[in-house]
Design a binder for this molecule. Sequence first.
Ligand code: FAD
Ligand code: SF4
Ligand code: SF4
Length: 479
Amino acid sequence: MAEKLLRFVSVAKEMPAKRPADGRRRDFDEIYAQYAADRAQVQASRCSQCGIPYCQIHCPLQNNIPDWLKLTAEGRLEEAYEVSSATNTFPEICGRICPQDRLCEGNCVIEKGFESVTIGSVEKYITDTAFERGWVRPGAPRRELAQSVAIVGAGPGGLAAADLLRRRGYQVHVYDRYDRAGGLLVYGIPGFKLEKHIVTRRAALLEAAGVRFHLGVEIGRDLAMSDLRARHDAVLIATGVYRARDMQMPGVGLPGVVAALDYLTASNRKGFGDAVPAFDDGSLDAAGKHVVVVGGGDTAMDCVRTAVRQGAKSVKCLYRRDRRNMPGSQREVNHAEEEGVEFVWQAAPDAFTGAAAVKGVRAHRIHLGMPDSTGRQTPQAIDGSSFTLKADLVIKALGFDPEDMPAMFGAPELAVTRWGTVKVDHRTMMTSLDGVFAAGDIVRGASLVVWAIRDGRDAADQMHRYLRAKAGLALAQAS
Ligand code: FAD
Ligand code: SF4
Ligand code: SF4
């Protein structure tokens, strides 16, 4: 039955069913079920079709949200899928893991006093249904072009560019040092937020469209940037940021004090059934341990919730600011609390204690002082507030910086910013090397999947312009 719109007055916001915390603690499956068709239709019908849709303005992809909500409410799902996939390469992934509370849904302005439309869940529903019904097909081109491109990095940025360039007919080669495509979608983000088959079916579609993957190939080690430039007509750097920020304090080198991404990668690899020596010998496994995670971003939230699922005895998150000022999504904090994680707000570590391995975290309390130039309150240590938390595993989740890219690629002429991110001309997305473009976290610094997709799509457009001009020039020179 087709649903009328503007039903926010009579229909309350309803997310898809969330699994009870007790059950979720025992596995790595996603925590939300799929909407039943009638529920998705009814929830989409809550949209008031705003004249100026703030949801769309605050979506990094400028998704045409009101239109696909209307089509869903009317039961015209195939058209909804067409509209939604026109601007988003991976709508089912964004529907699952975008921090919607900060983006589209956080800016949904139905009417004061009414809760937002469940945009992300409807977006996920539309594309999952499209997959089930066979509407999602490989984006094979109508005609082949001779020019080829190299994409370094098979994360969301690189894959979004690969998709668009392949649809245009280019010979697309994706190089990645990992053995699976997906970047942080496969080895960073845990399955309870994004089940891995969702990512692997996308990689399989790209392969079916003719994208060639060269996995287990590290640029800078197995091939030089100069090799890629010689073999291909254009190159995209989409390598993400992986250098973990560290802390300097007594005991930081003790066994049992580990980096977040090592921990999460090991857990994700176990989920695939891989042999992971550092997990199998217990050093990256939280089972039976008292775990303390230091940090307050999305990575920290993924670590605490992974530790719960591995069977930790206790899991604490130590963060120097308060709940309101943490960078992680509030929704993720709520999930973590439901699952039994304890947050120790306004506290920072001084030392990791223990002899042969870590046994505890010595920390102090923090007072949040006057706001600094960025508007955030400055953390100040409270004298005499020292306390110790028991810990057999400490996970450092303090964020990521870029590696030394010119050194990594053996390309000293590759310009970088003072933060080490790759410098691009923001109109053309080209780096200081002719024909070499860059997109995603390696340009922005650690960011979001949806921004990597946006950048990958924009880079593909700019590479297309560059390649057309290059082909035109070659033709003119030949004639
Ligand atoms: P990446 O996804 O990092 O992919 C880069 C790829 O490049 C990798 O596969 C890497 O192996 C490859 N590579 C690097 N160097 C080389 C080389 N020299 N040669 C060959 N290959 C190379 N964002 C969200 O929107 N929602 C979330 O819930 C969320 N959760 C996150 C959880 C964690 C734990 C982390 C770490 C990040 C999370 N993010 C989240 C951020 C998001 O994952 C990133 O912003 C996004 O993946 C960036 O995409 P990218 O394509 O730029 O890089
Ligand atoms: Fe919202 Fe992300 Fe989808 Fe945009 S891509 S509509 S921000 S869930
Ligand atoms: Fe619909 Fe909310 Fe977007 Fe308005 S802001 S168009 S109500 S989803």
